[in-house]
Design a protein around this ligand. Sequence first.
Ligand SMILES: [Zn+2]
Length: 243
Amino acid sequence: MENMETRVGPKGLIKKHELVRIIIQCLYSIGYSKSAACLESESCITCKSPELESLESQILKANWDDCIRNLDKINGLTDETRASALFLVLKQCLLECLDSGDISLALNILQKHLSALKIGKEKVHKLSYELLSLKGQGLGFIDYDAVHELRKRLLSDLKKVLPPPITLPEGRLEHLVEMAVCAQVDGCIYHSSSDMISLYRDHHCDRGHFPTETIQVELWISLTFAAKHSLGMLKIQIWKLII
Ligand SMILES: [Zn+2]
């Protein structure tokens, strides 16, 4: 088992298990699922947290009671996040009950969970409205594939609601790398071309490639200053690139 405190990088700021986890996520997202699974096996670090793994299994099997209990016992969630997650699960659960014609079970679920889980009136109204809208779209005609898709959509929505480390933000490694690249471009004094960007080295544009000759073109942009309701002018000088 990987030591959760092991750090990597010269400054010791990066937790190794977090780095490995987002690498695994990246491998899955760019289509290297065998390599991702291999890394999960070798490192004993999984892309999905145990909490998410349980929720996924319970949702895909429509094991709603366990799913709700599971959400209720996850540590570290704010009341608002827990309520939002429970709202999503209850919505799917009620939809499936109503679709199968089990109105009494749907009412039972409403009574059992909505008040106990402190979901606000606003959300109850929203839930009622959405369910009525779905009823209008033809309940009772949802086939197995559609139900499976709705459950997968629920999982996807839950991933957006639940915070790390239970879930990972989508494309986390790519986002971090892109942020590092953008910071280097922002700090590039003589920046002249994004073609020079490479992950293999820190970004730096050579002064020699920076345009030094101006052509006498002036662009005037009218700006209305809201505070004074007066008209100001901004002068922009355009540089001519010397090739
Ligand atoms: Zn540059």
